[in-house]
Design a protein around this ligand. Structure first.
Ligand SMILES: [Zn+2]
Length: 565
């Protein structure tokens, strides 16, 4: 991944897993001379001809028009649902329906999370679990294929992170591998799971705690990006703790007897002021941000209750715990100043991720065989017009696969911080790899309507299909080559976790924050339903958009207009 690439991805808030290690100026990268034998495997060499033949067959299957269309329909369908974290009910019904129709056994409501699910097919080992996020972003409603701000439903959520594409990719790959396994009578189990509420960093630590990965040998994760690639080792990014501080005071008439009231809102404001002063004296790698979740009821009643929600990000478990302690102290300080009390609750958490070397090297070898999609003139026109609109470098669409990135360990002072993804918790529980695929391009700031522009267009459809090719080849390779599974486990045990063990940030009493986002979805869902993709009437969502709104792909500002923006 390029430096520009990582900046874009880090900005998306949950994409550090794509990056693996990012070489930085003056940074020494592993492998070190002391690297274990497991750290220098050559997975692509001396492949049994049967393995090579079956991989060619699975590649041909995923490349077929039928499989391209399957990925397209699913990507468009999930895009049209635009569901926020913990509210992915339509998405769950649709995706588990597709999997059930294809012979997978479905379990819903896993880990105490109503919209979570697990799909399983096959028997015996290895057990390989494919995962990707499914939730979207507030205020990111956007007509796909339109290179400027144009909402489908004003103010509604939308896929301004591209999480509509990853599970369709995994399903296409899994179905192609399943066909080969059935025909060849291969042992092995394919499991598929969704990253529910990834934007809240809300579920994966609970998945781990519930034992979802207890019998899993390997996890293959993916995340949308602007290139096809992977990496291994330390991400260099941040993990986080997500906390809501709930202050309590006493009501009073704000004009008649204000001296009898104790304002919880004052405490929230003082906590934020305190944190913002303290921020100057924190490490540069930290990122912290907050929103006020409750500011009281009405001005003439002194607010008895008020709340503020913080994301506290640092590069290590200890760093995150330290920020958490400081925030608790600042909250206590605010209560002393206001004669109020405070409690807090955990809404989410994420460990900084570390990806598996053997798995990344195996995946990368297949990525180089797959190559990049052919982009059309229309695809390029959309990308360049969006880049011009946002006044960012006009780089078009990706033309070259990035190199495999890797570093066993990045010295902590060399890490730069950035976004987080709770895949980190899984990556410290099971050998894990993350595939980045080019269903998007470099333009938007992340978590923004602009990042939704390509996500139901041929750019996303091609990115999903090419990602599925690499994912399918790699999944099949792990099924056929037990020595790779052993090597991956060896790296996990003897390199990655040798001196660092996973301790969850969530405490035993913490529970998934499944109440989040219900109010927003209740407000917008009825309007959004009118624009759910009807694949029985239209081949693509763009066809439906044309019928509903009368625009074509791509829609860009006339040249003269765009000059003025
Ligand atoms: Zn994401």
């Amino acid at each position: 991944m390029t430096r520009t690439g990582i900046l874009w991805l880090a900005a998306t808030g949950c994409a550090v897993t794509l990056a693996a290690a990012v070489p930085q100026a003056g940074q020494r990268l592993a492998p070190t001379p002391a690297a274990k034998p497991a750290a220098t495997p050559a997975p692509a060499t001396k492949i049994d001809p049967r393995v090579a033949k079956l991989k060619d067959q699975v590649l041909a299957d995923v490349s077929s028009p039928a499989m391209f269309d399957l990925g397209q329909v699913m990507t468009d369908q999930v895009f049209s649902y635009g569901e926020l974290g913990f509210q992915e009910f339509e998405t769950q019904k649709y995706l588990t329906g597709v999997l059930e129709d294809n012979g997978f056994a479905i379990e819903t409501g896993v880990a105490g999370i109503p919209t979570a699910w697990v799909a399983k097919w096959g028997s015996g080992r290895p057990v390989i679990a494919l995962g990707s996020d499914v939730d979207c972003i507030p205020q990111a409603s956007q007509k796909p294929g339109v290179a400027f701000r144009d909402q489908i439903v004003e103010g509604a959520p939308g896929h301004g992170e591209g999480h509509n594409s990853g599970t369709p990719l995994n399903i296409v790959a899994a179905l192609a591998v399943k066909r080969i396994m059935e025909r060849e009578k291969l042992p092995g189990t394919i499991m598929i799971w969704p990253g529910v509420a990834e934007e809240q960093l809300g579920t994966k630590a609970y998945y781990v705690r519930s034992g979802m990965f207890k019998d899993v040998d390997l996890v293959m994760y993916n995340h949308v990006g602007s290139n096809l690639g992977t990496g291994w080792g330390d991400s260099g990014g941040n993990g986080l703790i997500s906390l809501e501080y709930l202050f309590e005071g006493e009501t009073a008439h704000s004009a008649g007897a204000p001296w009898r009231g104790r304002s919880a809102l004052d405490a929230v404001e003082l906590m934020n002021v305190g944190w913002n002063y303290r921020r100057e004296h924190l490490r540069l790698q930290q990122r912290s941000h907050y929103v006020i979740t409750n500011g009281g009821d009405q001005p003439n009643v002194v607010p008895r209750n008020a709340g503020v929600w913080y994301y506290l990000r640092e590069t290590s478990y200890d760093g995150i715990k330290n920020l958490w302690d400081i925030a608790d102290q600042v909250a206590q300080g605010a209560t002393l100043m206001t004669n109020t009390s405070v409690t807090s609750r955990v809404l989410g958490s994420a460990w900084p991720s570390h990806m598996n070397r053997t798995m990344a090297e195996t995946l990368h070898a297949n990525i180089t065989q797959v190559g990049l999609p052919q982009w059309s003139e229309a695809d390029l026109a959309l990308a360049t017009a969006t880049q011009k609109e946002l006044k960012v470098p006009v780089v078009g669409l990706v033309k070259e696969i990035r190199d495999l990135r890797g570093a066993e360990q990045i010295p902590d002072d060399d890490k730069r911080g950035g976004g987080s993804d709770d895949i980190g918790d899984i990556s410290w529980t099971v050998p894990t790899v993350s595939l980045s695929f080019p269903a998007n391009f470099q333009a938007g700031p992340g978590h923004n309507w602009a990042n939704a522009i390509p996500m139901a267009t041929p750019i996303a459809h091609k990115g999903v299909n090419y990602g599925a090719r690499a994912q399918a080849m790699t999944l099949l390779e792990f099924m056929l080559r037990p020595e790779l599974v052993s090597q991956a486990k060896d790296y996990f045990v003897n390199v990655q976790t040798k001196n660092k063990k996973y301790t969850p940030l969530i405490r035993p009493g913490d529970q998934p924050a499944i109440h989040l986002n219900k109010g927003i979805m209740d407000r917008y869902r009825a309007d959004m339903t009118k624009y759910y993709f009807d694949s029985t009437k239209y081949k693509t969502y763009l066809d439906q958009m044309k019928a509903q709104f009368g625009y074509s792909y791509p829609t860009v500002r006339p040249a003269a207009t765009s000059q003025q923006h």
